[in-house]
Design a protein around this ligand. Structure first.
Ligand SMILES: [Zn+2]
Ligand SMILES: [Zn+2]
Length: 575
């Protein structure tokens, strides 16, 4: 597919040059699901259809792609009217790599179009399905991504092996746009962002309910897996970050608080680790205390470039569902397995498949390569035992202090999200001189595991909004039940049901009766409330409620108490 996508980007440049002979060409690489090409010329949205049609005609002409290596002089001549290409040629020259061009040829001997390119390309456009691609949008893009450079027009195209695959991708993109958590966050009144705190979400009452339910579920699981909860300050003296290695390896991503003298003194914590270590080191530990599991929903602040912020997915301040485990070396295997069991438990209610990846030593690492080898071998053994061959490896993607196991989640649109991470660390206990007394009365160094499972509550909530398209399961739904009396005279009965539900700990809401019943039903549906109860004369007479379930429709009449026990069970089971 890469060859097809790359060849289509050349055809796009050909079509643009035919229509706009003065266009200056930027670059035209392959991207996920397609390609783009940058042009220095004004192109409008309504030009896309004509350009796409012209590309289809070109595809049908069975044009050939021919590669040639040229000298600097030849290259300069060929691209004499293309300043951006000339800039690229200069750079290729610096690397001493050969300069290659691709000619797109028809039946005549002279090429129809020539581009500076390393390939690869299709031999002939016969290999391209003219119905398998589509130009989708135009967006501004600075030359080489630098805002000091001229702004070019970037045309994006999708390309697949055939029409079916293209249609499938278009449908998924459309669905993903409908589910965009930033859009749904507004529509469902969950959260907002404000310029005074870039990349720091403000959770509204409804969003806070979802957030707190997630956190509550997480805290209960920590208890079940024998973790102790701790809470540490989110601002610490920089000396501790120098000791931990963050100063050397992570400084650019941190916020510092300056004192009056303008010196760096405190830093907002970008990670929770030092707090847990300080608590561990506060008293002498024995082998009987290990593994010691400290769990902390810790407030983290990390510096991000404004262009990288993205709703709840990329924020500057968030709460990590963190834990630090201190253990003896011979406990690594059993403890990692226990963490993996917790990962399974926490992911289960959301119905997303997950896959584990081993991340190995990065170039910028700390410590002894031998220790790294040992740790990587330990994790490999565990992964093989649990998943057989069904796990991946990410070379050089470990943390600077140790190798790790990451988990990727698959959502309902089959998109992947990296969430859980389990990191083995032999360095930090060394740096902070952590110790315990072993069975023989000798001092030993514990090993540390850093782990998060959701990643952060903020990002995980963003993923869930899109995964469920805002239709949260009952246990997470901000409003679980809407009570809709048919008219004013049924309002007292509605209030009685409302009270019963609230006494049972259920989040019910009875919107005021200014609107017609039909309109109130539609509004409850738009808000994706899981259950709607309609109450009128019939229901009052029989002491029942008329139940509508989201996505399933009418469930008929149910006695109030029967209904309450039904949904209490559903909440309990997190279905
Ligand atoms: Zn090319
Ligand atoms: Zn940590």
């Amino acid at each position: 597919m890469e060859r097809v996508r790359h060849s289509l980007s050349h055809l796009l440049a050909m079509a643009v040059l035919e229509k706009f002979p003065l266009a200056k060409l930027g670059i035209g690489p392959v991207i996920e699901n397609g390609f783009y090409y940058d042009f220095d010329i004004q192109i409008a949205d309504h030009d896309l259809a004509a350009l796409e049609n012209r590309m289809k005609e070109l595809v049908k002409k069975n044009l050939k792609f021919k590669k040639e290596t040229v000298t600097l002089g030849q290259a300069k001549k060929i691209f004499k009217s293309q300043p951006y290409k000339l800039e690229l040629i200069k750079e290729i020259k610096k690397t001493k790599k050969p300069i290659t061009i691709f000619k797109t040829c028809g039946s005549s001997s002279s090429p129809l179009f020539t581009d500076l390119c390393a390939g690869p390309h299709v031999k002939s456009t016969k290999e391209i399905d003219p119905e398998g691609f589509k130009l989708v949008k135009i967006a501004g893009a600075y030359w080489r991504g630098n805002e000091k450079n001229p702004q070019l027009q970037r045309i994006y195209g999708l390309a697949f092996e055939n029409k079916e695959a293209l249609t499938d991708c278009l449908k998924k993109t459309e669905e993903a746009e409908k589910r965009d958590h930033r859009k749904l966050g507004k529509e469902l009144d969950l959260f907002s962002f404000h310029d005074v705190a870039p990349g720091m979400p403000f959770f509204h009452p409804k969003g806070s309910i979802v957030y707190n339910e997630l956190k509550k579920f997480w805290i209960e699981a920590q208890k079940e897996f024998d973790y102790d909860m701790i809470l540490c300050p989110s601002m610490l003296d920089v000396s501790i970050w120098k000791k931990s290695g963050h100063w050397d390896h992570y400084q650019d991503d941190m916020y510092f608080l300056k004192t009056e003298k303008g010196e760096k003194e405190f830093a907002l914590r970008p990670m929770d680790c030092p707090g847990a270590i300080l608590i561990y080191n506060n008293s002498l530990k024995s082998y009987r205390d290990l593994p010691l599991r400290y769990s902390e929903p810790g407030l983290i602040t990390r510096k991000e470039k404004s262009g990288q912020l993205n709703g709840l997915f990329r924020v500057q301040q968030f709460v990590q569902d963190d834990a630090h485990i201190f253990l003896a070396e011979n406990q690594i295997e059993s403890e990692i397995k226990k963490v993996i069991a917790l990962v399974d438990k926490i992911y289960r209610p959301f119905g997303m498949k997950h896959k584990a990846y081993l991340s190995t030593r990065p170039d910028d690492y700390m410590g002894d390569p031998k220790t790294w080898k040992k740790a990587e071998a330990a994790l490999t053994k565990i992964l093989k035992e649990i998943y057989g061959k069904n796990y991946g490896v990410k070379e050089k993607d470990g943390a600077f202090y140790g190798p790790k196991i990451d988990y990727q989640l698959n959502d309902s649109l089959e998109r992947t999200w990296q969430c859980a991470t389990i990191q083995l660390d032999f360095q930090m206990p060394e740096k902070f001189a952590c110790r315990y007394i072993d069975q023989g009365g000798k001092e030993k160094r514990p090993v540390m595991i850093h782990r998060t499972i959701m990643g952060s509550f903020e990002r995980f909530m963003g993923i869930l909004v899109e995964h469920y398209a805002g239709a949260f399961p009952l246990w997470l739904a901000p409003v679980q039940i809407a009570i809709l009396p048919v008219s004013v005279k049924h309002s007292d009965y509605g209030q009685k049901i409302d009270r019963l539900l609230k006494e049972a700990g259920i989040r019910a809401e009875m919107p005021d009766l200014n609107e017609t019943l039909g309109k109130r039903i539609r509004e409850a549906e738009t808000q994706k409330i899981p259950y709607i109860l309609v109450v009128g004369d019939n229901e009052i007479k029989s002491g029942t409620v008329s139940v509508r379930k989201r996505g399933e429709g009418d469930m008929g009449l149910k006695a109030a108490h029967e209904f309450i026990s039904l949904i209490k069970k559903e909440i309990e089971e997190k279905k």
